[in-house]
Design a protein around this ligand. Structure first.
Ligand SMILES: *Cc1c(COP(=O)(O)O)cnc(C)c1O
Length: 413
């Protein structure tokens, strides 16, 4: 147990965009005794969670569960489908997109990174980090690739470093319009189970996700959802792989087992979380996050601060990036808020370090949790000496009061 001289009373406000707050029901399920991972009970658990995951990914095809963080699933997506020196096209929408590109580079892939072209006054160091993927740019690049050397297009669905989503269906259309055979790989580590996502319908070949964001679990497991085309590509791919290899896992998963010891207690939690999501209904889950996000944006606007996402069509339902006024060190502000109010906010990552902070609105939360979070931000900014245009808390209260929450599926029935 971690020992601290003093721990504040009440619950800590974990308002970073992942890990997200874990429901007590999930924590309780995870505290059950670990069972034999080769026994009959385990097979039933395995089959149940694998079926439930297919519902959440909206796929009829295999979903792999790795005892690894999301980064492991990024690696798995590439090593299963690519060969040394293969050309991959990545689109830099933010820090996570650039980390995936770095990983591809380290695996020995020829990594081409595209980015939005333009200038931005508020974030001059990272103008492309306020917008989603430009599918037209991808289409143009693929049309130029007459030799069909590009083997994969990799994009991030919900860029957790910026609070911007990307239109995945538009990327699929761009690839098809160019008549290009590249695989489409999508990171929805923070989008799954909090933003609308459709693996099969959007024609995604490999979807990468993780446990600690929309699925409301602790960190520690991650996923690859795989299309038949990606499974086929895996047969010819020659990058070295063993632990992450899909073939043995897919084969053993048919009966609910894994080739190695899976993360049993996290699977208990996953089973519980999948039940909770099914009872609420995925459309209701997405509407709930959209409503929270709109309330938080109302607060940011009332403060008179810029929202990092510059395109309202692609606001993230999962988190909101707030750009701090010039000269304000956003990390010093975050530290003050943490010390005074026991509230954790997301830091500015990479190119936007110190220029912004992120408010997570995902996981086990409700209107009042978010209002308290906004109150912590507002008090903190006042203490820090930032001149705010008005009260964000009041604006968010108005928003929540005037927009009813979506009714969970089970109650609507
Ligand atoms: C959290 C996150 C990651 C990294 O996942 P880890 O579990 O920290 O390895 C990658 N991409 C996105 C979009 C994320 O939100």
């Amino acid at each position: 147990m971690l020992t601290l001289d003093f721990h504040p009373t009440g619950r800590h406000f974990l308002q970073i965009p992942g890990p997200s707050p874990v429901p007590d029901r999930v924590l309780r399920a995870m505290s059950l005794p670990t069972i034999d991972h080769r026994g009959p009970e385990f097979g039933a658990l395995g089959r149940k969670v694998l079926a439930g995951l297919r519902e959440v990914f909206r796929t009829q095809h295999p979903v792999i569960v790795y005892p690894a963080s999301g980064t492991g699933a990024w690696e798995a997506a590439l090593v299963n489908t690519m060969s040394p020196g293969d050309h991959v096209l990545m689109f830099e929408t933010g820090h996570f997109a650039s980390l995936w590109a770095k990983l591809a580079q380290r695996l020995g892939l020829k990594t081409e990174v595209m980015a939005w072209q333009g200038a931005d006054e508020q974030l001059p160091a990272a103008p492309g980090w306020r917008r989603g993927v430009d599918a037209a740019l991808i289409e143009r690049r693929l049309r130029e690739d007459a030799a069909r050397g590009i083997k994969a297009v990799c994009v991030v669905h919900n860029e957790t470093s910026t609070g911007v989503t990307s239109d995945i269906a538009a990327v699929r259309r761009a690839i098809d319009a160019a008549g290009h055979p590249a695989l489409l790989m999508v990171d929805t580590i923070s989008g799954l189970a909090s933003a609308d996502y459709r693996h099969d319908e959007w024609g995604v070949d490999v979807t990468v996700s993780g446990s600690q964001k929309g699925l409301m679990l602790p960190p520690g497991i991650s996923f690859n959802a795989i299309s038949p085309k990606a499974l086929e590509a895996a047969k010819a791919a020659t990058l070295p792989r063993s632990y992450f290899a899909w073939d043995e896992i897919v084969a053993m998963n048919k009966d609910g087992y894994w080739p190695y010891t899976p993360n049993t207690n996290l699977l208990y939690g996953l089973s519980e979380a999948l039940e909770m999501l099914a009872a609420e209904g995925l459309p209701q889950v997405f509407a709930r996050h959209q409503r929270w996000a709109a309330g938080v944006r109302a607060a940011v606007r009332a403060w008179g601060l810029p929202i990092q996402c510059a395109d309202p069509a692609v606001y993230s339902p999962v988190l909101t990036g707030v750009i701090t006024p010039p000269g304000v060190d956003a990390d010093a502000l975050r530290r003050l808020i943490h010390e005074r109010f026991d509230l954790s906010l997301g830091t500015g990552l990479g190119k936007v370090k110190g220029r912004m902070f992120r408010i997570g609105h995902l996981g086990d939360s409700n209107d009042l949790t978010l209002l308290a979070t906004l109150a912590g931000c507002e008090m903190g900014m006042k203490l820090f000496g930032i001149a705010l245009a008005g009260s964000g808390v009041a604006a968010a209260m108005d928003h929540f009061a005037s927009h009813a929450a979506p009714k969970p599926l089970q109650q609507a029935a």
